[in-house]
Design a protein around this ligand. Structure first.
Ligand SMILES: Cc1cc2nc3c(=O)[nH]c(=O)nc-3n(C[C@H](O)[C@H](O)[C@H](O)COP(=O)(O)O)c2cc1C
Length: 167
């Protein structure tokens, strides 16, 4: 894989199952941000964020990437709270930071979800797919893994991910 891949994961804990899966699929050298370490505030209508807020730093890394992957556990049938707060902050990219939002145009966006169920909840990927469309990004797909299974059986995921990395 020669292109720039950024994985942004949304578990509430470091060293999570999500991170385990990401590292199994991409190795430890992939550019991987764990949102629980990034101090991202809830969206603020008044654009009043602390200087240490981590959102812009992640956006700057997104702008340097060709493929952006949101990796999230399934929490109550949907994406994790960290992932949702992160997506809510994309509102900044269509209001106060429009230039950065426009610069995401054409970048590829994908989803990795995992839980301890057999399948991804119906419609799970839809909010992210629609967000990609709204941002003029290219949504390239989603994969799901049941963490009760042995990760060594996850070759099918790898094949799907290879398709994303080939554009
Ligand atoms: C708050 C919370 C909600 C959860 N909701 C679901 C759910 O709706 N469906 C499911 O299959 N598993 C659910 N689980 C189980 C997690 O998806 C599973 O344990 C996952 O591997 C945790 O990933 P993490 O370590 O990256 O956070 C939930 C776990 C938590 C902590």
């Amino acid at each position: 894989m020669t292109e720039n891949i950024l994985v942004i994961s949304g578990s509430t804990r470091a060293g999570s199952n999500t991170t385990l899966l990401v590292e199994h699929l991409f190795g430890k050298d992939v550019n991987h941000i764990e949102l629980c370490k990034s101090h991202i505030a809830q969206y603020d209508y008044d654009d009043n964020y602390a200087v240490e807020d981590g959102f812009q730093n992640i956006v700057n890394q997104m702008l340097l990437s060709d493929l952006i992957i949101l990796a999230t556990p399934v929490y109550w049938y949907t994406m994790s709270g960290y992932t949702k707060v992160f997506l809510d902050r994309w509102t900044d990219l269509v209001t106060t930071c429009k230039d950065k939002g426009r610069a995401l145009k054409g970048k590829r966006l994908a989803v990795i979800a995992q839980s301890t169920s057999e399948a991804m909840p119906q419609g799970f990927e839809l909010p992210i797919k629609l967000t990609a469309e709204y941002m003029d990004m290219k949504y390239v797909g989603e994969v799901f893994w049941d963490m009760r299974r042995d990760l060594d059986q996850s070759q099918k995921l790898q094949l799907a991910i290879n398709q994303w990395t080939n554009g």
